[in-house]
Design a protein around this ligand. Structure first.
Ligand SMILES: [Zn+2]
Length: 161
């Protein structure tokens, strides 16, 4: 996936979360569960983006965070920050630990996402429970924006690209 620079020089946590929410809306518009993620190096460089592609690919592990992580090497991931539109599930949170990322920031909590997505399992372990001993975990940070985008993308599918 081509990387966006969001058209700005100095990008903030808010900008990266907004991009993860955009990616979530794209995923939802294409019939996948509406989740997006962006990985940013400590230097501020945007390293990778991911959208949930479970429905599109049939790969049940094609969560947004893993789609982004799989584009990068261990060297690139070390010390990076993962920005996610929704609180990473235990699989993705553990992948962040294995990857050596320094920080996870998520927009909407798992419980807020579950309120939008009626189907699917609801795993009670939080991202901080799984990764918190190794990774700084922050969130929810932009919950209402993320929830609104998730809901809208489900209700208004876009053309498959
Ligand atoms: Zn996940």
């Amino acid at each position: 996936m081509a990387l966006s620079s969001y058209g700005a020089e100095q990008l903030s946590t808010t900008d990266h979360l907004a991009r993860s929410i955009e990616l979530a809306a794209e995923a939802g518009g294409h019939g996948n569960r509406p989740y997006g993620a962006v990985i940013v190096a400590a230097s501020g460089d945007i390293l990778a983006e991911g959208r949930n592609e479970v429905a599109a690919t049939g790969d049940v592990t094609a969560h947004a965070e893993l789609m982004a992580i799989q584009q990068l090497t261990a060297g690139q991931l070390a010390g990076a920050t993962v920005y996610a539109s929704g609180e990473p599930c235990p699989m993705c949170a553990a992948a962040c630990v294995w990857a050596g990322v320094a920080r996870i920031v998520f927009a909407a909590s798992a419980s807020a996402c579950a309120a939008v997505l009626s189907e699917g399992p609801r795993i009670e372990l939080s991202c901080a429970d799984v990764a918190g001993a190794y990774v700084e975990v922050e969130g929810p940070a932009r919950e209402s924006d993320a929830v609104e985008a998730m809901r809208a993308s489900i209700l208004t599918p876009t053309e498959q690209t």
